[in-house]
Design a protein around this ligand. Sequence first.
Ligand SMILES: [Zn+2]
Length: 313
Amino acid sequence: MTIWACLCAGDILLRCEGADGSYSLPVGDEPPVALQPWNKVTTFKDLRIDNLKIDGQSQNKSFNQKSLNPEISLSVVRLDRPVVGVEGLVMMGLRASFQVLTPEEYALAGKAAELIYWDQNTRYCGCCGAPTKWMTDISKKCPECGKEWWPSVATAIIVRIKRIRQLDNLQLDNLPMDNCRKGDKSQSSNCKSSNCKISEVLLVRAKNFRTNHYGLVAGFVETGESLEDAVRREVREETGIEIANVRYFDSQAWPYPFGLMVGFTADYAGGEIHLQKEELCAGAWFTRDNLPPIPDKASIARRLIDDWISAAE
Ligand SMILES: [Zn+2]
């Protein structure tokens, strides 16, 4: 059985079934649309798939096994033009497909997008300039100088920085009751406990954000530095503050176009915010009660922020 990842200019072809508009990657022995002879199909076998939908129907029982499944393959192809007007098929932006596909299908779609991007950007040898030739399904070789070319990801870090702040009496007077999670919540309308602390998160707004949301400090890892080095450097460069307790959180393939986003948490250790104006247009500490718009659920940034929101501190 073959799952088809057909991409065109950042959009992916999805099957849309049923009255409720259930989406899935097309499945079948033949491609879902007619291909041209020059459309290269790259096929991956032995996929690890736990929650696959076929024709809109969940196949949990058949495929819910934490092992390589030799019966399922993924075929990746770049279409010359978008598919329009075909019943049951729709093109959708890769990022938007996160909302309608299972996490496993979205991961396959991302893998396909990264491979196609890599193919388009390695048509010529970076050493001698000769046209490259496919060597395996995921590698190329230069016929002139013999240099091999493999897909590589650009590693970036993203960090959620937390600050625990002791409030003074004036701030306590202006604090809504719900803000107080540890202090005295007895008779008075405001918390007066001297132990009252408030948890804040540092959110920044990059100049290249297309919407008005705020996100977390993030940046690419440079040569010669560890992931933790990159976290501390990016925070210092972009905000001017110092951090402590840098801890790994999780990672996420980020196929826009070929990234690996590595998530960290950290605690504020000192300094005032001085934004790097070339990259950021805003940045501040926010409590859970006054959050600005935050990233959508497709991103690890959102999971880092949600993790802080749900923490009982
Ligand atoms: Zn070469």
